[in-house]
Write a protein that binds this ligand. Structure first.
Ligand code: C2E
Ligand code: MG
Ligand code: MG
Length: 764
């Protein structure tokens, strides 16, 4: 085989491989793949032709078929490639039709007309492909690079040179191979150049597209070469920092506003990304804009490159609004709306943080402050006044308590203080002193002067308890213990108080059983005429001797019954018991004195209460005049209108109603006037200081008022003859107290009744 055929085959091979490799590098350049494969297919033409020429007999038929197949494949690949170059797509079926048609025509031409006719046909087809390509790529509206425009003419030439073989027969084979090889090299170079142009343009377009994306992005984008410099910042990044150039961004903002403490963290992230230790990192921090406003930014770092050097790309989102909203929510969750002080959740959080063993200086003090009688105050003056008092107390506490101590409002009328303790709780002493001094002064609220008392419970960590919940329980129990002392008072946490609280729960449980088993009974305390000292009436007082525990004060178990809703059952049972006792005494002695029964505000405010009283009187056969009901101010304070109606109904039945413990609470004169009462009982607290002159003055004033309102007056808790004389002189008609008798069992009370009956001086 002559060298020229080998060179032709080698050129086809080299150009084919080069074009296919270009496609492998840039898959978008599909035309290089098709034309590359066309070259590789074309490579077989000189090989087959050589075989046919120098080995005529054996190669004639298979060589002819092979040449037809190669011709079909070559033309089909050429058409597919040029169509791609012209941005057209041909379907597989069209490509298959082209292949089959050309291969068949070529085969028929070889069979009927011989190799020269076939060559003429192929030359014609290839020239037409060149013409079609020229038409596509030279269209006036198509913008094509010069190298692309050369493809069509070169293909035409490649088609036309095939006619050399037709014209010169065997002598033309070698010139055809030589010229074909040259043209093929030229076509290959032109296609490579076209592919390069296209790649460059695509890269350029891509860069423009990304530039537009970054320039218009609302997110800040910044590229930094390590910690040394910023090489790119998009407009959003400049806008976030409020600067107009990269220099300003670096000098005026980033370098200055990253706090020193954070610099090491940021440098570390950048170094780790640059050295591929981590693939990305996120970070949120506060920064300061050029105009001084505070920003909350979120940074997302990941590796990038800049001019061939490793770089770090940073995406910056301005999260200031979200951060503010989150902060506001956190603040809201941890603060009390009314006073602006940290709330209960905040206190629990603080306690839990502090109650950690093995801390360097762990001890601290927790003080719970509960305002005394605040509920009544609220009910009397209205909730908005109550709110104002709480606000005033909250801000006054914040002012007097040192700033390093925490001041919180837990709920309602409850506040808390927390302070790191030094020594043996000397902080607690200082704080309690400050609170006491504060509450010693009146609060100016809505133009009024208001005095507030509070009960303080103090717990020390770690002495009182070692975890947040137990510490709080201890302080709470101490605060409740302090409540028992009138006025502002404080108690230090003791285990006994806590036992008291858990006992309360247990007591509530056993109270239920006690009521069912009738363990609660009545004792009767005589009231006597202030002048003659003779029995006028009894007060029925409840007693509970709890099995295995002993006597429980009625103050405790009545309060427990009120808390648990057992009071109506218990109250009804006691009323029934008292009425049956009156009936029994009436039967035994032919007469009786009135018996006063204490009524809880919860009972009185039940609209069915007067009916219940009527029913009990009827079933026990007791006349209403023998029954007095002692009510307290708090029921009237809770609902004056309803109390007035209830009292009116009771009076209409003939039952007497007495106001108990007068002088301790609000002692509202209006209330005294509005209610249709029979008696006022002056509280022991006012009788106790008798015969001090100012105490006499107070009692006398109440008696004068009662006289004006046609009310009887009973002095409670008379223990000495001096008190008795003073009370009588001040105007009290009846006296009750240990001076005359303690509350008595019915059989002992009966002895008093007997002496009454003996003297037969009673009008009852
Ligand atoms: P109260 O109705 O004001 O009862 C008077 C309290 O003073 C009684 O205490 C009585 O024992 C006590 N007392 C009487 N004279 C003297 C005295 O000279 N010196 C001293 N230091 N105390 C005296 P008690 O029995 O412990 O009752 C306390 C409170 O419990 C009563 O106060 C009343 O509010 C309530 N209570 C007692 N029994 C009942 C009841 O059956 N029903 C209701 N709802 N409450 C009751
Ligand atoms: Mg009473
Ligand atoms: Mg009383």
């Amino acid at each position: 085989m002559p060298y020229v055929l080998i060179i032709n085959a080698a050129v086809s091979l080299i150009m084919g491989v080069a074009l296919v490799l270009v496609w492998r590098k840039d898959r978008a350049q599909t035309f290089t793949r098709y034309i590359g494969f066309a070259n590789l297919v074309q490579l077989w033409v000189p090989v087959i032709y050589g075989g046919m020429r120098y080995n005529m007999n054996a190669w004639q038929t298979p060589g002819g078929i092979a040449l037809s197949v190669v011709a079909g494949a070559y033309t089909m690949l050429l058409i597919l490639g040029t169509a791609q170059l012209a941005n057209r797509t041909l379907s597989r079926s069209v490509a298959t039709i082209i292949f089959i048609s050309i291969a068949s025509i070529d085969a028929i031409a070889v069979a009927w007309g011989g190799i020269y006719v076939a060559q003429a046909a192929m030359g014609t087809f290839n020239t037409l492909v060149g013409v079609l390509c020229t038409y596509w790529l030279w269209k006036p509206n198509a913008t094509r690079s010069p190298s692309e425009k050369l493809v069509g003419p070169l293909l035409i030439l490649l088609g036309l040179v095939q006619f050399i073989f037709v014209a010169y027969k065997l002598d033309g084979a070698e010139p055809l191979a030589a010229i074909g090889a040259v043209l093929r090299v030229a076509l290959g170079l032109v296609l490579l150049n076209a592919a390069l142009d296209r790649s460059t343009m695509a890269a350029h377009q891509m860069r423009r597209r990304f530039e537009r994306l970054t320039e218009r992005s609302l997110q800040g984008i910044l590229i930094s070469l390590g910690n040394r410099s910023i090489v790119y910042a998009n407009p959003a990044c400049l806008a976030i920092y409020g600067v107009s150039s990269l220099e300003e961004l670096w000098v005026a903002t980033v370098a200055r506003t990253i706090p020193v403490a954070e610099r090491a963290t940021v440098s570390n992230i950048i170094a780790q990304i640059e050295t591929d230790q981590i693939s990305d990192a996120s970070y949120e921090a506060e920064r300061i804009r050029a105009d001084g406003t505070h920003l909350w930014l979120r940074f997302h770092y990941f590796p990038s490159e800049w001019d061939g050097a490793p770089a770090v790309q940073v995406l910056i989102s301005d999260e200031t609004e979200r951060h503010k909203a989150t902060q506001a929510l956190v603040h809201q969750a941890l603060h009390d709306e009314l006073t602006g002080l940290p709330n209960r959740a905040s206190m629990i959080k603080s306690l839990r943080t502090r109650c950690v063993p093995d801390q360097a200086n762990p001890s601290f003090v927790l003080i719970l402050i509960n305002l005394d009688r605040f509920k009544l105050f609220n009910e009397a003056h209205g909730p908005s006044m109550g709110d104002n008092v709480l606000k005033a107390v909250g801000s006054a506490l914040r002012q007097v308590i040192p700033t390093h101590c925490e001041v919180m409002r837990l709920a309602g009328d409850e506040f808390a203080l927390i302070s790191a303790a030094h020594g043996k709780g000397d902080h607690a002493v200082e704080m309690v002193a400050a609170v006491k001094q504060l509450l010693g002064q009146p609060f100016e609220v809505a133009g009024q002067e208001v005095f507030v008392d509070a009960s303080l419970g103090i717990a020390l960590y770690p002495n009182s308890a070692r975890d947040a919940e137990s510490l709080l329980r201890a302080a709470n129990a101490a605060m409740h213990a302090a409540k028992l002392t009138p006025g502002t008072s404080y108690r230090l946490a003791e285990k006994a108080f806590e036992r008291g609280s858990s006992n309360a729960l247990e007591q509530e449980q056993s109270l239920r059983v006690a009521i069912e088993n009738e363990e609660i009974y009545l004792v009767y305390q005589p009231k006597v005429d202030a002048r003659t000292g003779r029995l006028t009436s009894f007060e029925a007082l409840a007693r509970w001797n709890r099995p295995d525990v002993g006597d429980v004060s009625p103050v405790d178990f009545i309060a427990a019954a009120e808390r648990t809703g057992l009071i109506s059952t218990l109250g009804t049972a006691l009323l029934r018991r008292a009425c049956h006792q009156i009936a029994a005494w009436n039967k035994e002695f032919g007469t009786c004195v009135p018996v006063a029964v204490n009524v809880s505000p919860l009972q009185l405010l039940d609209p069915r209460f007067p009916n219940l009283v009527a029913q009990v009187l009827e079933e026990s056969g007791v006349l209403p005049k023998f029954l007095t009901l002692e009510i307290t101010e708090s029921s009237a304070v809770q609902n004056l209108a309803q109390t007035v109606t209830q009292v009116d109904q009771l009076r209409a039945m003939g039952v007497h109603v007495a106001m108990d413990d007068f002088g301790t609470g609000f002692s509202s004169l209006n209330m005294l006037r509005s209610l249709n009462l029979h008696t006022v009982k002056i509280d022991r607290g006012l009788i106790d200081p008798l015969p001090l002159p100012n105490a006499i003055a107070v009692v006398r004033a109440i008696c004068q008022l009662a006289e004006a309102l046609h009310l009887h007056v009973v002095a409670e808790g008379v223990e000495t003859t001096e008190q008795a004389e003073a009370a009588q002189l001040a105007g009290c008609g009846e006296l009750q107290g240990y001076l005359y008798a303690k509350p008595l069992r019915p059989e002992h009370a009966a002895q008093w009744m007997m002496s009454m009956a003996d003297t037969r001086s009673t009008n009852y």
